[in-house]
Design a protein around this ligand. Structure first.
Ligand SMILES: [Zn+2]
Length: 488
């Protein structure tokens, strides 16, 4: 007995030593900071005037409706003309191409051997949800400046970035900046409904054999109350989940509901949906999410750092904790969301066919083929069919490097405006136009240099979207420093 206790104690001691040693030596793997980059001096700009400009941009109702027939196409033309007249110096140095309603600008660099960079911001906005108009403190398309902010739909997503990029470019051109690397600005017209414009722009760049050093688009920001550290961190999207919807169909005979047969399509469909949903993809701490946990835990210190440094032991505990909230659980696996179910059109009629749509967001290590295979395996014993819908699947993007020169330039350019801010890789669960740039860019990053608390993020696509002047100034300064640093 005594011997056993001694041996056990020895194991614990040895383990404790290992834990402590690993924690002490812990640094997040494969995540660089910005200390190796010398940040260029950004040209000065006028934030008050920029706010006026953003207000003007918000007034163009470039709303992407689900039904494109409802879109006011002339609003895009008006926005284009406004850009030309508002930013004459930028337009004097850049070549402008119009691809449908999508814009490609090229500011040619002096060194043809240097890899170009791509900056992105889309023109369209989501509609204001009917019935919520009166909840806005300032009308969604009035572009008012009040309470230290520019208010309206698109003031952040993504006219905030579009205007900030042009303010930076106008200031750079005005102060005689000459880029060494070519700068491409790609502004998609339909990001909110699929991003066909950015896709077409990427094809044009591919025919020109463009291979950019990096692309920067929306998709991450500075969260001021970041989990684990309860403070600010720049969350830079290094990958986007894929997207696919499956249709499950259960054939049925139909007929009067007063004499139902033993086997019902509606019941088979219900069983199939449950079977698919119960066969969840495993929760895994890997890829960008693992990097994120390491960076944040390293900063947090204490028990968090101990756990992150010893994932061989505490990995399941971290996964369990993250799985408690839907937002963090989504970072750990491919999600399964049954969204639309359809049976008969009347309460006393049996369905002739019952079907369900199941929406998936695919983790970087999975694929649409794996999704279909898993769903079919889940319902193998049921008389149902599972297929992709007409909308083609979108695979997850490649994962961009968190040590590349582009990454370091982005981090350093943001840190120059926010001293001591830590940078973390991040898996973007939504979609952005930048996914189309993977073939023409070594790395693709998703980050807006604006600071928001978790509770404020819902105003994007929600009610009372507004860009504070502090955030607008941060965003312009960031883009200007980044372009001067990368292309100078
Ligand atoms: Zn957006």
């Amino acid at each position: 007995m005594k011997k056993w206790v001694l041996a056990f104690g020895g194991v614990i001691l040895a383990m404790g030593g290992t834990l402590a040693a690993r924690t002490a030596m812990f640094t997040p793997e494969a995540v660089a900071d910005g200390s190796a980059v010398k940040v260029g001096v950004a040209p000065s700009f006028d934030v008050q005037q920029a706010a006026q400009h953003l207000g003007e941009a918000v007034r163009f109702q470039t709303v992407s409706n689900q039904d494109p027939a409802q879109n006011k196409v002339e609003e895009w033309d008006k926005l284009h003309a406004w850009l030309v007249s508002t930013y004459p110096k930028a337009h004097a140095v850049m070549r402008r191409e119009v691809l449908g309603k999508t814009l490609i600008y090229t500011w040619p660099g002096s060194d043809p051997a240097a890899q170009p960079i791509i900056v992105m911001a889309h023109q369209d906005v989501v509609p204001v949800t009917p019935g919520t108009e009166q909840d806005w403190k300032h009308q969604p398309f009035a572009g008012e400046i009040a309470e230290g902010a520019v208010w309206g739909r698109g003031s952040i997503d993504d006219k905030g970035s579009l205007v900030a990029l042009f303010e930076a470019l106008e200031a750079m051109a005005g102060q005689g900046f000459k880029p060494k690397r070519t700068i491409y600005l790609v502004s998609g017209h339909d990001e909110e409904v699929g991003g066909s414009g950015a896709e077409a722009a990427a094809k044009v760049l591919a025919t020109r054999k463009v291979k950019a050093l990096f692309t920067i688009d929306e998709g991450g920001l500075i969260t001021t109350d970041t989990p684990m550290i309860n403070g600010p961190a720049m969350m830079i999207g290094v990958a986007e989940k894929g997207y696919v919807t499956l249709r499950v169909t259960a054939p049925a005979e139909g007929g009067h509901s007063s004499a139902p047969p033993k086997e019902l399509g509606s019941v088979n469909l219900a069983k199939a949906v449950v079977a698919i949903h119960q066969n969840q993809f495993p929760l895994e701490l890997r890829g960008p999410t693992a990097q994120m946990v390491e960076v944040l835990a390293g900063k947090a210190g204490g028990i968090n750092k101990l756990a992150a440094a010893n994932r061989w032991l505490f990995g399941p505990m971290i996964v369990g904790k993250m799985a408690e909230a839907p937002a963090s659980a989504a970072l750990l696996h491919t999600t399964i969301a049954p969204t639309m179910l359809e049976g008969s059109p009347k309460e006393n009629v049996l369905p002739q066919s019952a079907n369900a749509l199941i929406n998936y967001r695919i983790a970087p290590w999975d694929s649409s083929a794996k999704v279909l295979e898993r769903a079919r395996a889940s319902v193998a014993a049921l008389p149902v069919k599972v297929d992709f819908t007409e909308r083609p699947p979108r695979e997850p993007t490649p994962v961009s490097s968190a040590t590349s020169l582009g990454w370091q330039m982005i981090v350093a350019s943001a840190q120059a405006g926010h001293q001591g801010l830590i940078a973390s890789p991040y898996l973007v669960v939504a979609g952005t136009d930048s996914r189309s740039m993977a073939p023409v860019s070594d790395d693709v990053y998703r980050f807006q240099a604006i600071s928001l608390a978790t509770t404020e993020i819902k105003m994007i696509h929600g009610t009372n979207e507004h860009m504070t002047l502090t955030n607008l100034e941060s965003l312009i300064g960031f883009y200007a420093r980044l372009m001067v640093t990368a292309a100078g």
